[in-house]
Design a binder for this molecule. Structure first.
Ligand code: FCB
Length: 492
């Protein structure tokens, strides 16, 4: 991104997506809803974790977040004003079953029912995720995802939700980023429930896989409107550096990607993963019959993408580099890979410190398509956090987030290129509709195309929201005016 020539090539202004290509936005329950005590909602592991001193930046919690729970009608109008074709949201399990088991809390179901009706009334397709990390605390008290029973409880939850909403949801996603839930939650401990036990992380990964399979079985049995079924993974886009790069990529791909794609899409855990992690666990938690349950036919795979990783085997000299983009914890989120290093990468970077590399998205989509040729893909998250500033001009307050517009423009160009090169891409969801609670980093990172003032909770569409609205209206990548060129350069 250093010369004006490759800048132009990277930005496919005017490029049009195929008819039917879905332009949407994504959010997640705990990150936006607030209202943690409303209408019988139970406690989730993120309530517990965020209220534990030292776990989130500045002690931020999702207690209020964007107060979306109480502002849902206005947020629906906002989505409509942005011409969104689809909205990807998640359902908070503790609103539906406050303790993770037993009868449904009708008020919780009613909230999502109203949300879905509001979407449909505005011509917006509902895309629902069952699990975006807010496990009922009562289940955690019995071991959470390290306990097989949690997968069985998840199946019951899926059935309840499917019975109530399964006449209107167009796409069901069982899990969002089970890698983060398993490995950031149980190995590095920077996410709830905050454990640092690599064998527990692998066990959690298996039970999440099992939960996916069981939930699809239940949903299939009760839905009435012929929806699509999917799962969303944060596949790590790994690039090797030097002579040991290939080996490092293989190992991280095993414990970062194939631990999910193996059982979910090929029907088995990869042999090299079992071998690499043999000193950590014997995998005896995998029971006979699990492989068949997990290996469900799905209609689409959701891919979340933000940046790339550059990796090699550490030569033991100097300090081992750990620039994997995740918040650093007391332990590594990569079981068995303590001799691998993640090298810092050239900029520009977002305010998460993530390198901006749209070609990583193109390469990833093409690689996934090559491995699973018949499987339609959705980019279920892509976006960027930047230090936004509010300016006040003649037209009132505004956020001129040229760097975010540029990020989206270049990544959508990469998506378009992947489609032209044969990837079966069906849609793109920007992360995120609203600024929100960014997990361990609290409210310090703003990913929204709409700004949220955390004092007044007012919403203010940023320039990126206007740009995105035009994209959604035309399905073509909008040009930007020359005075809105991005400010970032290679050194940033
Ligand atoms: C993904 C999460 C999402 C958000 C973005 C920035 O890992 O799915 O909730 O935090 O990262």
């Amino acid at each position: 991104m250093s010369t004006s020539t490759d800048r132009a090539a990277d930005r496919g202004d005017g490029l049009r997506f195929p008819d039917g290509f879905v332009i949407g936005s994504a959010t997640a329950s705990y990150q936006i809803e607030g209202a943690v005590e409303a209408d019988g909602r139970g406690t989730s592991i993120w309530d517990t974790f965020s209220h534990t001193p030292g776990k989130t930046l500045d002690g931020d919690t999702g207690d209020v977040a964007d107060d979306h729970y109480h502002r849902v009608e206005a947020d629906l109008d906002l989505m409509q004003s942005l011409n969104l074709h689809a909205y990807r949201f998640s359902i908070a399990w503790p609103r539906i079953q406050p303790t993770g088991r037993g009868p449904a809390n009708q008020a919780g179901l009613d909230f999502y029912s109203r949300l879905i009706d509001g979407l449909i009334a505005r011509g917006i397709t509902p895309v629902a995720t069952l699990y975006h990390w807010d496990l009922p605390q009562a289940l955690q008290d019995e071991g959470g995802w390290t306990n097989r029973e949690t997968a069985l409880a998840f199946a019951e939850y899926a059935r309840i939700v499917g019975q109530a909403l399964g006449d209107r949801v167009a796409i069901w996603t069982t899990l969002n980023e089970p890698w983060c839930a398993a490995f950031l939650g149980h190995a590095s401990g920077v996410h709830a429930p905050g454990l640092t036990d690599p064998s527990a992380a692998l066990q959690a990964a298996h039970h999440l896989n099992l939960a996916h399979g069981l939930a699809i079985e239940q949903l299939r049995a009760v839905v009435t409107n012929d929806p699509q079924f999917s799962v969303t993974l944060n596949l790590h886009m790994l690039r090797g550096s030097g002579p040991t790069g290939e080996e490092a990529v293989r190992r991280l791909d095993a414990v970062g990607n194939r631990v999910f794609t193996g059982p979910l899409l090929h029907g088995a855990y990869p042999a090299d993963l079992l071998r690499d992690t043999a000193s950590i666990t014997d995998w005896s938690f995998v029971q006979e019959g699990d492989a068949e349950i997990i290996h469900q036919k799905i209609d689409a795979l959701g891919v979340n993408y933000y940046s790339t990783s550059l990796v090699r085997v550490w030569d033991g000299r100097g300090e081992r580099q750990r620039a994997d983009g995740h918040v650093a914890g007391d332990a590594s989120p990569w079981p068995g890979d303590d001799d691998i290093e993640f090298l810092p990468q050239p900029g520009p970077h977002t305010s998460m410190g993530w390198n901006i590399d749209p070609s990583g998205l193109e390469d990833l989509l093409l690689a996934v398509h090559a491995e699973f040729p018949g499987l339609p893909l959705l980019v279920t998250e892509n976006g960027a956090a930047f230090e936004d500033t509010v300016t006040t001009g003649e037209g009132g307050p505004a956020v001129h987030d040229a760097d975010r517009v540029d990020y989206l423009r270049r990544h959508l160009t990469a998506v378009h290129r992947a489609i032209e090169r044969g990837a079966d891409l069906r849609g793109y969801f920007v992360w995120s509709l609203l600024d929100n609670f960014e997990w361990a980093l609290g409210y310090s990172k703003r990913f929204g195309i709409v700004r949220v003032d955390y004092d007044t909770l007012e919403r203010l569409p940023k320039d990126s929201a206007r740009w995105y609205a035009e994209l959604a209206a035309t399905r073509a990548i909008p040009a930007v005016s020359p005075d809105a060129e991005p400010s970032l350069s290679v050194g940033d």
